[in-house]
Design a protein around this ligand. Structure first.
Ligand code: RP5
Length: 156
C-alpha cells in the first residue's frame, strides 16, 4: 500500500494525477489532507503508524514552506517521496527548495514541481514496489513499452 498525503485540499487537483497512476497500476492507496504546520500532531501520528498499516512508500505533497515530506521522513523508516506543489507567488521554487534541501541523514526523494512530479512520484513508488512484486514489474514494463510506442507513432 502507498500513502499519499498533501498539505491542503488545494493540492488535490495536482495530486489526483498521482492517485490515478497508482490506481491504474492496481496499487492500493490511502490519501489524506494533513499539514506539517496546520495539523502537526495528526500528521506525525498518521505517518508514525503507516508501517503498521502495511504501507511501503509514502508520497507527500506540499507547497510554499513545504515541510510535510521532511516531517514525514523524520517519523518513519519508509521511503518518502516529496512532490513540490506549484505555488502562486514563486511558481513552486519555494516548494521545491524546501522539499529537496533536507539535511544529510533524513532523505526525501524529491520529484519535479506540479503534475509531472505527481505522476512520477506514483511511477517511482510503483518501481520501488516492483522490486518485490513480479506482477507489478510486468505492468511497469508494459506501461513503458506502450509509452515508447505512442511516441514512435506520433505524426506531425
Ligand atoms: C501548503 O500550503 C499546502 O500544501 C498548499 O500547497 C499551500 C497552500 O495551502 P492553502 O492555503 O491553499 O490551503 O501547506
Amino acid at each position: 500500500m502507498v500513502t499519499v498525503i498533501m498539505g491542503s485540499k488545494s493540492d488535490w487537483e495536482t495530486m489526483r494525477h498521482c492517485c490515478d497512476v497508482l490506481t491504474q497500476f492496481g496499487v492500493p492507496l490511502e490519501k489524506r489532507v494533513l499539514s506539517a504546520h496546520r495539523t502537526p500532531a495528526a500528521a506525525t501520528e498518521f505517518i508514525s503508524t503507516a508501517e503498521k498499516r502495511g504501507v511501503k512508500v509514502i508520497i507527500a505533497a506540499a507547497g510554499g514552506a513545504a515541510h510535510l515530506a521532511g516531517v514525514a521522513a523524520a517519523h518513519t523508516l519508509l521511503p518518502v517521496l516529496g512532490v513540490p506543489m506549484e505555488s502562486a507567488s514563486l511558481k513552486g521554487m519555494d516548494s521545491l527548495l524546501s522539499t529537496v534541501q533536507m539535511p544529510g541523514g533524513i532523505p526525501v526523494g524529491t520529484l519535479a514541481i506540479g503534475k509531472p512530479g505527481a505522476t512520477n512520484a506514483a511511477l517511482l513508488a510503483v518501481a520501488i514496489l516492483a522490486l518485490s512484486d513480479a506482477a507489478l514489474r510486468k505492468k511497469l514494463e508494459t506501461f513503458r513499452a506502450e509509452q515508447t510506442q505512442k511516441i514512435l507513432d506520433e505524426t506531425l
